[in-house]
Design a protein around this ligand. Sequence first.
Ligand code: FES
Length: 156
Amino acid sequence: MEKNETKERTLSRREALEWVARAAVVGCLAVHTCDVFAEEKAGGAKGLNLKDLKDIGGGSAASGSGYVVVKTDKGVAAFSDVCTHRGKNIKVDGTKGIFCPAHGSQFNADGSVKKGPAKEGLSWLKLTLDKDGNVSVDTKSTIKDGTWTPLPDAKK
Ligand code: FES
């Protein structure tokens, strides 16, 4: 082979799929990062609407970026989405309710532990709720456990 000869190489199907997968991961990270920055630009408050909550049995809930919002007959609450077992992010779904996908801990609608290995409940976060059901969560401010915010129609 001569010194200046270029060695052509074709990608195998597997290599091509790996590149596509890598590009997809980078794209998803970029979109997620933009969403987080958009929320941060809005004054550090993060939020959703009560209409976004899904039934979890005993209440309804949804997770956002860094928080979980729950509505029960006691009112509305927001919890940190950091699992008290080993710090993984909490998720919400209609079957498992508020749960940690890492080791299977589950939490009740009041943030207390329903099933371990977590031993402590989730941290309650400060929130504001407007008359239209928009919830704004301050993920940097914890409040006393059990501090429910009354529902908009209960405020009248
Ligand atoms: S980190 Fe959540 S159960 Fe282990």
